[in-house]
Write a protein that binds this ligand. Structure first.
Ligand code: GLN
Length: 522
């Protein structure tokens, strides 16, 4: 059975439980252990796909097509874990399951209660068999939240069932610094740990978010009040880049604390992959300017995975990547001055589309490296149809019902079977031999994740090819163009999928790596 590290948080929200959990997981991986991640969100939405990106930032998509919040992305990137719909579970989904079971009569007329019916359902998701040594399991929200109570009760029961040495409780808190008295205050941490204890959970390790390292005295005091050894009180100081966190934990012997708790042998870790990132961050190397032509810039984290993927590709190419936000709604080609590459990311709705089309045109005509993602591919083909093939009213039916549809809802693809809903999750794509896409991915069969409703109509492929834009990747049934490129251009490549969801800080993603390489050259 896998061993579990549960991460809870207290005092305030947004302390970075996900990153802390991933950081602990990374230390285990650096000793050769395998790690999976799960996240439980006590709120009542049945899944995060229905939540406004204006409140929650980007919608992240797993291989199996589940729309999750962006925290899941941290786990996949940091740990390389491949998560599924059963690794991101909300309170709403738990109650939905239980109430549906009740309607089906599964409880045989018994009284359905929070304990055991709801808590058992939570434990089923927590304990679902998984073939890794460890599972880091984050409980969303803050200790004391009413919705969260049943989750704390469930992890308490779970620990009791599988044995306290198979489960570790890590709690994240905040120690605010009071300017006036020049003191770091530990009381909120004490209160938070006490509140956890009221739920029957004794924290085994504390990660205290503070502006500076805790002193030995402060750790001793926290340890005494919170009922754990002072050495298990870790300073979670702010870092300017999240990939520095594993190194910060390593320096504070976090692995040793985890090892002692679970009875693991002592081992020194191979932290090379994080050291490499830290060195890169401080390196005096050229900067590549990338113009991202989008429209969700006022939403924090709306392009989280995209920004990450560009950062990762910078590491691979040994250049810093500076992202310039170019608002599509008032786009003028001037905005592209000084850009080494132009990227049009995904998007929905008419607002800003003409600006994105103009950006694709600028990149094509001026030989500036262009990368298109999802809508970024759709605007590239629309632009090409209008300005190269001369089809003046070329468009997507998403934006103009009376256009010559280059991009449309395909009547007979999977998504249409689902009532015209989104095509979500990983789909295979076949890459044509002799294309730039083949050079980029180094293989002819790839799998990338999707989240869109419309498709480029394949019937245009020959006309496009004659004029210089080729479909270089296509669905195995030959019906859905997945990659287009312009062979005569230094770098003009666009995909119907979202490669950013599979980018890794340790190796980047082939498409982003190639784009940044081309931009650096430009
Ligand atoms: N709006 C487009 C579609 O639904 C593109 C979506 C996207 O870029 N993710 O097909």
């Amino acid at each position: 059975m896998a061993k579990y590290i549960f991460i809870t948080g207290g005092v305030v929200s947004s302390l970075g439980k996900g990153v802390a959990a991933a950081g602990c997981g990374a230390l285990l991986q650096s000793r050769g252990y395998t790690v999976h991640a799960r996240k439980f969100d006590p709120y009542l939405n049945i899944d995060p796909g229905t939540m406004s990106p204006f409140q929650h930032g980007e919608v992240y998509v797993t291989n199996d097509g589940y729309e999750t919040d962006l925290d899941l992305g941290y786990y996949e990137r940091f740990l390389g874990a491949k998560l599924t719909r059963n690794d991101s579970v909300s309170g709403g989904r738990i109650y939905w399951d239980v109430l549906n079971a009740e309607r089906r009569g599964d409880y045989l007329g018994g009284t359905v209660q929070m304990i055991p019916h709801v808590s058992n359902r939570i434990k089923e998701y927590i304990g679902a068999p998984i073939d890794t040594d460890f599972v880091v399991c984050e409980i969303g929200g803050t200790v004391g939240d009413i919705e969260g109570k049943i989750f704390l009760e469930s992890i308490r029961q779970f620990a009791n069932q599988v044995g306290r040495r198979n489960v570790m409780f890590v709690h994240l808190t905040l120690a605010p610094y009071l300017e006036k008295s020049g003191e770091l205050k530990t009381k909120p941490t004490q209160m938070s740990v006490r509140q956890l204890l009221e739920n029957g959970i004794q924290a085994d390790m504390l990660i205290v978010r503070t502006p500076r390292m805790l002193t030995a005295d402060e750790r001793g005091k926290i340890g005494m009040f919170c009922n754990l050894p002072a050495k298990n009180v870790i300073s979670g100081i702010d870092v300017d880049n999240i990939y520095k966190i594993p190194l910060a934990y390593e320096a504070q012997h976090v692995f040793d604390i985890i090892a002692e708790h679970f009875g693991l042998p002592n081992a020194s870790g191979n932290m090379e992959r994080f050291q490499k990132i830290e060195n890169y961050l401080g390196a005096d190397i050229p900067t590549v300017n990338i113009g991202v032509v989008g429209k969700y810039f006022d939403v924090p984290d709306a392009y989280k995975s995209l920004n990450e993927a560009l950062f990762h590709a910078g590491i691979q190419n040994n250049v810093h990547v500076k992202i310039h936000k170019i608002n599509a709604e008032d786009f003028t080609p001037d905005a592209c001055n000084g850009m080494h590459g132009i990227l049009v990311p995904g998007g929905f709705g008419t607002r800003g589309v003409e600006g994105k089309i103009a950006a694709a045109r600028f990149a094509r005509e001026n030989n500036v490296p262009y990368m298109g993602i999802c809508l970024g591919m759709q605007v590239a083909v629309i632009e090409f149809a209008r300005n190269v093939l001369g089809i003046e009213n070329a468009n997507s039916t998403e934006f103009d019902k009376n256009c010559t549809p280059i991009v449309d809802i395909m009547p007979d693809h999977d998504a249409a079977d689902m009532g015209g809903t989104l095509r979500l999750g990983a789909y295979p794509c076949e890459i044509k031999p002799g294309t730039r896409a083949e050079q980029i991915w180094g293989t002819n069969k790839i799998s990338e994740r999707h989240r869109h409703r419309y498709e480029v109509d394949v019937k245009w492929a020959d006309k496009f090819a004659q004029a210089g834009m080729v479909v270089s990747g296509i669905s195995p049934d030959g019906r859905l163009p997945e990659i287009v490129e312009i062979p005569s251009h230094p770098f003009f490549v666009a995909g119907q999928f979202h490669p950013e969801f599979q980018s890794s800080p340790y190796s980047g993603h082939p498409m982003f790596n190639a784009f940044i390489a081309a931009a650096a050259k430009h």
